[in-house]
Design a protein around this ligand. Structure first.
Ligand code: GFB
Length: 400
């Protein structure tokens, strides 16, 4: 062999070595493996809880987290829409804590090498009856909406299911569980664990709540929040979340069992309800209490403005009337002051930086702002919590 052919052979070997270590766009392949999941339940607040739990799970298993897109639902559209993770949050902030890449990067640059179509197995704890799991497709990973549209967005079909029970996602409270996962699914034989749902619980486990500090708003969201803030007068402001929509009103009617938690109520009541009991007022606070708490908060931080985030701007009448004679400027997410939908992520980003924040303890949307603020050391409170002693003469709401 002459020197030229030796050089060419060396180059070919080097090149193929390079391809096994790096994929097409120089994204290093993680030998410890990957975790993929579908945040297939609920809206933003619910999905955020799943992201926090899945990040905790990926950290415990020491696998790269593939950041799923957010699943959204649009009026009159029969299928969910998948919004890339980095539309709302910075990937680099998560990745500083634990290796993480977006689903788009994974599918474009990693999947062709380590997860070709014939190796795509979906994971679930046990046969998923409610999803229509059948003996030949027990995880029913693509049944219905959003699972079908979610995986279809990335042209993912599964060739089989893996029931991972009795292994659970609770790697914090079940001693040795992370090690059992690693032992049963070593990364060399199972480079990708793709979960039909999120390997996490709702509400988020206590141990994972603080992971919110690794989720920083994307530049796009930050810009939209800055545009809202430019409409606030200069000075301190109080931010409030008023969850008032009819879906919420109905959900709150089910608050009968004070001996349990509901949605995110552990954020004020405690995971073992050590700080209080669930009540209808905690879920759907009376206007009299809302106004009183707003006034107190405004006084506390000498606020010049009140930022109101709500899912039902058409229901703010009692608050507006009660504060009509004050100097306080009331600002909502709608630039034109209309009753249209506001931008939920920008709303949260504005609430996250308010001088004081009051939210709904039961709502997982509030929980996002509460956790972000806790990470920043900013003060927050909840409507009707802690409950005040009964007052003898409370004015009815419409007389505020
Ligand atoms: O986020 P989420 O799970 O919080 O769902 P809850 C509520 C959705 O309503 C949010 C919109 O994702 C937003 O799209 N929304 C709520 C808001 N508040 C605001 C707001 O202040 N501003 C804007 N722009 N949008 C629970 C669900 O909702 O509601 C449960 O978690 C169930 O699964 C229950 O559906 C009825 O925890 O508040």
């Amino acid at each position: 062999m002459d020197i030229c052919s030796i050089a060419v052979t060396c180059l070919i070997i080097l090149n193929s070595l390079f391809i096994t270590v790096f994929s097409t766009k120089d994204v290093a392949i993680d030998d410890n493996g990957y975790i993929l999941f579908c945040p297939c339940m609920g809206r933003f607040g619910n999905q955020m809880d799943y992201f926090l739990g899945t990040l905790g799970f990926a950290k415990a298993l020491n696998r790269t987290l593939v950041l799923a897109p957010w699943v959204e639902y649009r009026m009159y559209q029969p299928k969910s829409i998948q919004v890339p993770f980095d539309e709302y949050f910075r990937v680099d902030a998560v990745a500083r804590f634990h290796p993480a890449i977006t689903m788009e990067t994974f599918m474009d640059e990693i999947a062709p090498t380590i997860w070709p179509p014939e190796k795509r197995i979906s994971f679930c704890h046990q046969k998923r009856q409610s999803f229509g799991g059948k003996p030949n497709d027990p995880c029913a990973s693509k049944n219905g909406n959003p699972p079908g549209p979610f995986w279809d967005t990335y042209e993912i079909d599964f060739v089989g299911s893996e029931l991972h029970g009795p292994l659970s996602y609770d790697v914090h409270n079940v001693p040795g569980e992370a090690e059992r996962w690693r032992h049963r699914y070593p990364a060399d034989r199972w480079p990708v664990l793709a979960f039909a749902g999120a390997p996490a619980s709702y509400p988020v486990l206590e141990q994972n709540a603080a992971l919110q500090r690794h989720f920083q708003w994307s530049d796009k969201v930050a810009r939209r929040a800055a545009a809202i803030k430019s409409r606030l007068p200069v000075g301190p402001y109080v931010g409030v979340h008023l969850r008032l929509g009819s879906d919420w009103e109905k959900a709150c009617e089910h608050v009968r069992d004070a001996a349990s938690n509901m949605f995110s109520s552990a954020q004020c009541l405690g995971y073992r309800r050590e700080h209080g009991k669930l009540s209808h007022a905690l879920c759907y606070p009376p206007w009299s209490t809302v106004v009183r708490q707003v006034r107190r908060a405004v006084k506390r931080v000498q606020a010049v403005a009140l930022y109101v985030a709500t899912d039902a701007p058409d229901r703010l009448g009692p608050l507006r009337r009660a504060l009509a004679n004050s100097d306080l400027e009331i600002v909502t997410g709608q630039p034109d002051g209309s009753d249209g939908d506001s931008d939920p992520h920008a709303d949260l980003a504005v609430l996250g930086r308010a001088n004081f924040f009051i939210g709904n303890c039961v709502s997982s949307f509030t929980a996002v702002a509460i956790r972000e603020r806790a990470a920043l050391g900013l003060p927050s409170g909840f409507w009707t919590f802690p409950p005040e002693p009964e007052r003898r003469s409370q004015r009815p709401d419409d007389e505020l």
